[in-house]
Design a protein around this ligand. Structure first.
Ligand code: ZN
Length: 324
């Protein structure tokens, strides 16, 4: 009988998002050997979310042929305010009833039977691209995660720059004085034009005022309640005018904001990730590069613009790096 092949030192990584929980199991070489995805609970508060994280990890472990308790560690990339030392998450706006600090590391560790580390979701996704993805060849980069919101991660001289804990909020760089209202409550932020949440609000408003679009038909046909990245991509493929206009505004805003960040930091590369960034891919990374160009102060040597190589699993793989 052939003995079962054991994976050396398997680790878990979980990307906790507002709509989905993605878990991976990686081996000692950071290769993914199992993965699973569940919907994020919309009710039940932090306890329900912690239970869903444990379930998703258990499914990924089963796919990898290991017991969760055999994992040498588990990392979690979470939205909200993270206290990594205390293992708590607070103020996670996109998660149900999650305002006060909740001891997520302890709760998950008890459920899984392995040590758990936490960090910010954008930080771990940036670390994954820097160490294992398209950022491998650079010492400095800016990660731009274009999804429901627009998150940013900054690596300078091989180190992630977190400032006093809140660096990288590129979505809230002002691209238009007195411009559209942002979900953060301020005006003219890049996210007010480029965040998928803001893009959907804009689409609903224009549609209500009589503009024609395929967006909501595609959404219903796919059984969705929101304009997901896949819905936007399909509408663009169909040549939908309104989708083109709104995505065009998003690209313009990204061009302004990212070029301004480049003027400040002069990093070697910009990595475009996030749900929309990965889904729209290379052609839209080129459009963002073109939109940046008029705003670059040193325009004869723009940074490389790359699409995140680890795709949808990047956040979870980056979270697994926390568990080394
Ligand atoms: Zn804002």
């Amino acid at each position: 009988m052939t003995p079962t092949r054991r994976r050396a030192a398997p680790r878990g990584g979980i990307d906790l998002g507002g709509t989905k929980i993605q878990a991976v199991i990686v081996d000692g070489d950071n290769e993914v050997v199992g993965d699973a995805r569940h919907a994020t609970p919309t009710t039940g508060g932090p306890e329900a979310v912690a239970a869903a994280l444990a379930d998703t990890l258990a499914d990924a472990a089963a796919a990898a042929g290991v017991e969760p308790s055999e994992l040498t560690g588990v990392g979690v990339g979470s939205p909200g305010a993270i206290d990594a030392a205390a293992g708590t998450v607070a103020q996670a706006r996109n998660l149900p009833d999650w305002i006060d600090p909740f001891p997520l590391a302890d709760r998950l560790s008890d459920a899984v039977g392995a040590p758990v580390s936490l960090d910010n979701d954008v930080s771990v996704a940036t670390a994954a691209e820097f160490e294992l993805g398209v950022g491998r060849d650079y010492d400095s980069l800016l990660g731009v995660f274009w999804g429901t919101g627009v998150g940013g991660g900054v690596v300078l001289d091989g180190q992630q720059w977190v400032g006093r804990g809140a660096a990288g909020e590129i979505g809230h760089m002002v691209v238009k004085l007195g411009g559209r209202r942002c979900p953060c409550g301020r005006r003219g932020c890049m996210e007010a034009y480029a965040g998928r949440g803001s893009m959907e609000a804009r689409a609903r408003k224009l549609h209500k005022s009589g503009r024609k679009t395929e967006l909501f038909k595609i959404m219903k046909k796919r059984g969705r309640e929101r304009l997901t990245s896949g819905v936007w991509a399909r509408a663009l493929d169909h040549g939908d005018d309104m989708a083109r206009e709104i995505v065009g505004e998003a690209v313009e805003a990204l061009g302004n904001g990212v070029a301004s960040a480049v003027n400040l930091l002069d990093i070697e590369a910009v990595v475009i990730g996030g749900g929309l960034g990965v889904r729209l891919g290379e052609p839209y990374a080129r459009k963002i590069a073109r939109a940046m160009h008029p705003h670059l102060f040193v325009d004869d040597r723009p940074p490389a613009i790359e699409v995140a190589a680890l795709g949808d699993l990047g956040g979870a793989i980056g979270a697994a790096l926390l568990a080394r």
